[in-house]
Design a protein around this ligand. Structure first.
Ligand code: GUN
Length: 303
C-alpha cells in the first residue's frame, strides 16, 4: 500500500480562520458589531498561559473584540463566579471561555454551568451537551477540538461518513464523548474505547476512522490500524528526546506516527494536525454565538 496522506491541520485551520475573518468583517459592515470573546485564566499553569495567549492573538487577527482576564491562582470561587456573571451580562461579549483545569478549590462544573449556554463557546454547558446528544447540533455550540477533528475528517474523506465504523479512544467530556456524538450524527457506527477496554488492538483494527484522545504517548501502534483507515491523533505529549541533546524533549501524539504511516490511508501529524484546528473552531463558535445573539440567520456550516 502507498503510505498515508498526511492531513495538514495547519493549512485547514488557516483556511477556516480566513473564512471567519471574512464573515466577521461582513458582520461589522452590516451591523457595526465585532464578535466579542472573553477568555478567563485562573492561575499560572504554563501550558494554559500559552493557549490563552494564542486564543487572544487569533481573536484579534480575526478582527474580533478580545478580552483576557487573568486571575491569581488563589482567587476565591465567588470572585470567578462574579466575573462570569458580569461577562454574561456584557452585550459586547458573545463568547466566554474559562480555561481548564481550574485550581482545586474551584468547582469546575459550577463555573461552567453559570456561563450562559448561548455564550458557551467551549460547548461544555449541559444545555449544549444535551443539544448535541439529541442531534440538535445546529442549535448547539459544539466543543472546539472534536469539531476540528470532524472538519479534518470531512475534508479528507469527503462530506459523507455514513456507515463507516469509527473508534474513539478516550471518554473525556472535552473530546471523547462529544466526538462520539458528532460521528454518530454523521451516521457512523461508533465505538468508544477507554482504559478498561478489553483487547483494544482488535477493536481499533475494525475501524475505518480512529480518533485517539487518551494522552498516552504513541499508545496506538501501527499494526493496529486497518489498511486505509483515517487516523486523527488528538494527543499532544511531551517526551524526552536525548537524541536531540541532553534535557531536550519533543512532542508526540497518542499514535505511533511512523509505524502507522504504511497502514493508514490518511493521518494527522503531531504537531500540525488537530492542534491548530481547536482555536480556529473557537473563532467559528464565537462568530456563531454573536450572530445568534444578534438574531441573524445561521451561515453555511464549516462541517
Ligand atoms: N483545557 C484544555 N482544553 C481546553 C478546552 O478546549 N477548553 C478549555 N476551556 N480549557 C481547556
Amino acid at each position: 500500500m502507498s503510505p498515508a496522506r498526511i492531513i495538514d491541520g495547519k493549512a485547514v485551520a488557516e483556511s477556516v480562520r480566513e473564512e471567519i475573518t471574512r464573515r466577521a468583517a461582513a458582520l461589522v459592515e452590516a451591523k457595526g458589531v465585532r464578535p466579542g470573546l472573553a477568555v478567563v485564566l485562573v492561575g499560572e499553569d504554563p501550558a494554559s498561559q500559552v493557549y490563552v495567549r494564542n486564543k487572544d492573538r487569533t481573536a484579534e487577527a480575526c478582527g474580533f473584540h478580545s478580552v483576557k482576564h487573568t486571575l491569581a491562582a488563589d482567587t476565591p470561587e465567588t470572585d470567578v463566579l462574579a466575573l462570569v456573571d458580569r461577562l454574561n451580562q456584557d452585550p459586547a461579549i458573545h463568547g466566554i471561555l474559562v480555561q481548564l483545569p481550574l485550581p482545586g478549590h474551584i468547582d469546575e462544573s459550577k463555573v461552567l454551568r453559570l456561563i450562559k449556554p448561548e455564550k458557551d463557546v467551549d460547548g461544555f454547558h449541559p444545555i449544549n451537551v444535551g443539544l448535541l446528544t439529541t442531534g440538535e447540533r445546529d442549535h448547539a455550540l459544539v466543543p472546539c477540538t472534536p469539531a476540528g477533528c470532524l472538519v479534518l475528517l470531512k475534508r479528507t474523506l469527503g462530506g459523507n461518513l455514513s456507515g463507516l465504523s469509527a473508534v474513539v479512544i478516550g471518554r473525556s467530556n472535552i473530546v471523547g464523548k462529544p466526538m462520539a456524538n458528532l460521528l454518530l450524527q454523521e451516521s457512523c457506527t461508533v465505538t468508544i474505547a477507554h482504559s478498561r477496554t478489553k483487547d483494544l488492538p482488535a477493536v481499533v483494527r475494525e475501524a475505518d476512522i480512529v480518533v485517539a484522545a487518551v494522552g498516552r504517548p504513541e499508545m496506538v501502534r501501527g499494526d493496529w490500524i486497518k489498511p486505509g483507515a483515517a487516523v486523527i491523533d488528538v494527543g499532544i505529549n511531551r517526551i524526552p528526546a536525548p537524541e536531540r541533546g541532553e534535557g531536550k524533549t519533543r512532542l508526540v501524539g497518542d499514535v505511533a506516527f511512523e509505524e502507522a504511516l504504511p497502514h493508514a490511508g490518511a493521518i494527522t501529524p503531531v504537531p500540525g494536525g488537530v492542534g491548530p484546528m481547536t482555536i480556529a473552531m473557537l473563532m467559528a463558535n464565537t462568530l456563531t454565538a454573536a450572530r445568534r445573539q444578534l438574531g441573524l440567520p445561521e451561515e453555511e456550516p464549516l462541517f
